[in-house]
Design a protein around this ligand. Structure first.
Ligand SMILES: Cc1cc2nc3c(=O)[nH]c(=O)nc-3n(C[C@H](O)[C@H](O)[C@H](O)COP(=O)(O)OP(=O)(O)OC[C@H]3O[C@@H](n4cnc5c(N)ncnc54)[C@H](O)[C@@H]3O)c2cc1C
Length: 472
């Protein structure tokens, strides 16, 4: 209620702001009784909010289709979860966010368009795996992940026979929703004897939070047919071992139509033909007059301050909960640089560890630097995650470990990560209503909450959305 009241107030303030703008189309507007400078006005066919995987793709494709665009991004770079660390000593690159893509036409076309070369990914950098209980620091002798094949085969058969529409998004879900999609994944595993594939899914679908408690729908979305196909065909990565190149090239093309380090102050979509967005960035306040909006940011209410949310948007976005995913590159760990340390628990079902905690610590190809992936079923303070990462590594009792005090070369929070709603909301038609927002109030929605945490599939999803943006 509090948020609703605040938004209603913002809407009134927004109307005042834009009414004043029309009256005085110069450099100052009155916002809630205070003079509010507007340093620039930019008019574009489409304003893209969020310059991560989906937003960058939308911006490049829409400009290729002849639309004028501007991208609003809160970070100092494009790329979202794609992050690359450049080691100051060796000059080598480590992709510690997005690592790879599917071998799909949309991927090949996008990389060719931005002149970035791809190769088939090799997993040789990860070395051999050793299994430790990270909660005690001790090795788990005799642990074996086992052969996932029987479970994987049965899981893939379920997907192929009944749920292949999930590869395209949530739009194909039939109603009533199949009850298996609503089962906690742990129950689905037992129902179909999928036990042998659980640890594989846990390690591939990192970031999902409590895997066994997630509705099966979200596990299918995350670990779908395309992912399974990729095990056979291989995944693609950049030949330069620098995945940020894609977004650097996109930035070079889109600039000066990218507003980095930008905060959205106000969004007003009350006009039938235009959306107005007031943005603050280091060069001042800019008013964007947009024919259409592409919404490509996480739709959590605390990320939408200043938006004139409709009652439907408020109700739908307000239902999302999220898991959290964190990454770091650690130096001075004392651990060997050619072994992946995997967190397993001798005391849990399927021996998957309890979160919050580290999934694994893996080699990076650069001696002395290790890649850490950490998960939680909810957002945690960064200081707590960092402390847990460092203390867990310090506590690992690995034979031959050299003494030293580990430190973070770089750390990144990817929270909120997976956005999910309750099984009852899914059954009640949440995704039907979510998709019904498309095009309303000149706003077109893309991004992981509307499909899945997978850049390649999000580019496909965004591509399919383009005709409705360009045609209307
Ligand atoms: C560690 C990690 C590894 C991954 N590995 C892979 C992989 O190997 N392959 C793969 O396909 N996918 C991978 N993913 C998933 C992939 O990153 C996501 O599916 C994809 O980035 C989601 O795209 P998006 O456009 O929804 O969000 P993002 O790429 O996160 O983009 C959202 C953008 O919006 C910006 N933003 C957010 N809020 C605001 C705001 N209020 N105002 C302005 N800007 C805002 C953000 O800064 C960000 O740049 C990985 C994710 C993580 C975290």
């Amino acid at each position: 209620m509090k948020y609703k009241a605040k938004n209603a107030l913002l809407e009134v303030v927004g109307l005042l702001l834009f009414a004043t703008l029309r009256a005085d189309a110069s450099t100052t507007v009155t916002l809630n009784g205070s003079a509010c400078p507007v340093d620039a006005v930019i008019t574009r066919d489409v304003c893209v909010i969020g310059g991560g995987a989906s937003g960058t793709y939308a911006a490049i494709r829409l400009s290729d289709l002849g639309k004028s665009v501007v991208v609003v991004e809160q970070q100092d770079r494009l790329g979202g979860h794609t992050q690359t660390y450049t080691d100051p000593v060796t000059g080598g690159h480590i992709d510690y966010g997005v690592e790879d893509w599917h071998n799909l036409p949309v991927v090949l076309d996008f990389f060719a368009r931005l002149n970035v070369s791809l190769v088939t990914q090799s997993n040789s950098v990860y070395g051999t795996s050793q299994y430790y209980d990270f909660s005690t620091g001790k090795s788990v002798p005799g642990y074996s992940a086992g052969d996932p094949t029987p479970g994987l085969t049965a899981y893939a058969a379920q997907l192929a026979a009944n749920y292949s529409y999930l590869e395209e998004g949530f739009g194909g879900i039939p109603y009533p929703v199949p009850s298996d999609l609503l089962l906690p994944f742990g129950e689905f595993v037992i129902k179909y004897s999928l036990q042998s594939v659980v640890s594989l899914i846990f390690s591939v679908s990192q970031g999902l939070g409590n895997l066994l408690a997630q509705p099966t729908l979200y596990v299918f979305k995350s670990f779908g047919l395309g992912i399974i196909q990729g095990f056979e065909e291989g995944y693609l990565t950049t030949a330069a071992n620098d995945n940020s190149l894609l977004y650097e090239h996109a930035y070079a093309e889109l600039e000066p139509n990218v507003l980095l380090n930008s905060t959205i102050l106000l969004v007003n979509r009350s006009s039938p033909n235009e959306a107005n967005v007031l943005v603050s960035n280091p060069s001042g306040q800019t008013l964007l007059k947009c024919g259409k909006l592409v919404f490509a940011i996480p739709p959590k209410l605390n990320n939408l301050e200043g938006w004139d949310l409709s009652l439907s948007e408020l109700s739908l976005f307000g239902q999302f909960t999220n898991s959290a995913y964190y990454t770091a590159i650690v130096r001075n760990s004392g651990l060997p640089s050619n072994i992946t340390f995997v967190n397993v628990s001798p005391n849990t079902i399927y021996q998957i560890p309890k979160l919050p905690g580290i999934y694994e610590i893996s080699p990076t190809g650069i001696t002395g630097l290790l890649n850490v992936k950490f998960g939680s079923s909810q957002t945690l303070p960064d200081s707590e995650v960092q402390q847990q990462i460092l203390s867990t590594i310090a506590n690992l009792q690995v034979a031959g470990k050299t003494p030293g005090v580990p430190s973070l070369a770089v750390y990144s929070s990817h929270a909120p990560f997976e956005l999910a709603v309750s099984p009852s909301a899914i059954a009640a038609g949440f995704y039907k209503e979510l998709y019904a927002l498309q095009g309303q109030r000149n706003t077109y929605y893309t991004g992981a909450a509307f499909h899945t945490q997978d850049s390649s599939l999000l580019w496909q999803f965004t591509e399919a959305l383009l005709p409705s943006i360009t045609d209307s």
